[in-house]
Ligand binder design. Structure first.
Ligand SMILES: [Zn+2]
Length: 480
């Protein structure tokens, strides 16, 4: 008797706020059934995974795989890091170095980035559009081709014609996005406050890594979030703050939401696990924009993660490491950024194993939350019949020590070097196909070019079960 393509048996999955023993059946790349043992259909391939946790793959909506030296990283190498770390869907940012492909400021550039991904990626992906004064007329075309959102920079021209936006441009972009569901994404730091603080430090001859946080004060983030929230509100547009760095910015977020602003925020693992002390310990390797913050700000960020003020997590993955020579001590001349896609899910799931984060919150922050905000849910970001069969097997007893030389991210360092993890991914599936296998970081088995571009807000799959911030389908009926 011919059955479905694949069945996983003996697994435990989250259902209604608890663990249930159930398996999944996959056909043609999608989940067709979630059921207890006797109710699973026959299959061509069966994976027996007794005692292992079956979790939705992570969705990393902030990656810079096509930024930096093309001889070292690209969408293909980035997707290796994803597969290894249980990230089954990534959304590549708009900025890119021209040697990879142009920044996604118009449809031809978007098509080039998509083609690059479809040649090289091992997992499915989406792409962000870029916005600036020079491409306002291109935004409707970008939205029609399925970009996740439109990213703007308030300062610092990232690449060539991808210019920083002033307030009038931000407002004009927000008006273009109003009613489309696509968020205006903002790197929220007031550039003039950053420039003034940086110049003052340089004039005083203070250029060591330890001063870096002072060069980009929290006030610059608070002011920028407050301003773009107002501009978005005035336009009736959704605004998304990327890589929010300080828990002391969260009161500004709550205030804007209380007025009715459609404002979401992401933060990154590095703002949760590292602080200003890391500049002392890691020197130039700790440079990132916005910078690492003080311990009280980190604690406030954790509180916001738990109470729902922070919407979700993303890695802001970049791998500029070769230029971060340890000998170089002028922090202002060193490129910013950390690799992070590969370590994000294994590190954060430690919090759920230890009881610091409820499992539903973890799965919301890393999977359902970002998939919903950018219009990929329920095809991505959940385990439901009809969803893509993107999931991760986690062995709660498997242990590993993070060693950069064993990671697949093609970066020369990880801030998580030497961390011991218990309970890590042992196998990653993308549309039902195994793309990585072995205790994290396992072997990447997914073929380059098997990944497909997915358009935002053009989702086919199961009807939304009407979940909310609780996540992970707390109101679902139990599996049969
Ligand atoms: Zn970024």
């Amino acid at each position: 008797m011919s059955g479905v393509d694949l069945v996983l048996r003996g697994t435990r999955l989250r259902w209604g706020g608890t663990w249930v023993e159930a398996g999944v059946a996959v056909d043609d790349g999608r989940i067709v059934r979630i059921a207890k043992e006797p109710n699973l259909p026959p299959a061509d391939e069966t994976v027996n995974a007794p005692g292992q946790l079956l979790l939705p793959g992570a969705v990393d909506t902030h990656t810079h795989f096509s930024y930096g030296r093309p001889d070292r990283t690209d969408l293909g190498t980035g997707s290796e890091a994803c597969a290894s770390g249980g990230v089954t869907f990534f959304v590549e940012q708009a900025a890119s170095t021209p040697e990879h492909c142009p920044p996604t400021l118009d449809v031809p550039a978007l098509q080039e980035k998509v083609a690059l991904g479809e040649r090289t990626s091992r997992v499915d992906f989406g792409v962000h559009g870029g916005g600036c004064a020079g491409n306002l007329d291109q935004v409707p075309g970008l939205l029609a081709t399925g970009v996740a959102g439109i990213k703007v920079y308030l300062g610092w021209n990232p690449v060539g014609r991808y210019q920083a936006s002033d307030d009038a441009t931000v407002l004009a972009l927000a008006r273009t996005l109003a009613g489309t569901g696509a968020p205006l994404e903002v790197h929220a730091e007031n550039p003039s406050l950053v420039a003034a603080a940086t110049e003052a430090l340089k004039r005083a001859g203070r250029t060591t890594p330890e001063v870096y946080t002072d060069s980009r004060p929290t006030l610059a983030e608070q002011e920028a979030v407050s301003r773009v929230a107002r501009l978005g509100e005035a336009a009736g547009a959704a605004v998304h703050i990327v890589h929010l760095s300080s828990g002391w910015t969260l009161p500004v977020v709550r205030e804007a939401r209380a007025r009715g602003a459609d404002l979401s925020v992401e933060t990154c693992p590095h703002y949760l696990y590292f602080d200003t002390g890391t500049y002392r310990e890691r020197g130039p390797y700790a440079k990132v924009n916005p910078p690492l913050r003080s311990r009280p700000e980190v604690e406030a960020l954790w509180a916001g993660l738990l109470d729902g003020t922070v919407d979700f997590l993303a890695s802001d993955h970049a791998a500029p490491s070769a230029e971060k020579a340890p000998g170089s001590q002028d922090i202002f001349s060193i490129p910013p950024g950390f690799p992070g896609s590969e370590t994000m899910y294994p590190v954060l799931m430690q919090e759920a194993f230890r009881g610091r984060l409820p499992w539903e919150r973890l799965l919301w922050l890393l999977s359902e939350g970002p998939a919903r905000r950018f219009g990929y849910y329920p095809r991505k970001g959940t385990l439901l019949p009809g969803s893509d069969a993107d999931f991760v097997l986690v062995d709660p007893r498997a242990t590993t020590v993070v060693r950069n030389e064993r990671l697949h991210h093609h970066s020369e360092f990880t801030l998580f070097e030497g961390w011991s993890l218990t309970g890590v991914p042992v196998r990653t599936f993308s549309r039902g196909e195994t793309v990585a296998e072995g205790v994290f970081p396992g072997s990447v088995t997914g073929r380059p070019g098997r990944g497909r571009y997915v358009r935002a807000r053009e989702v086919t799959g199961p009807a939304s079960p009407g979940g909310s911030g609780g996540g992970a389908g707390t109101a679902r009926p139990p599996p049969p």
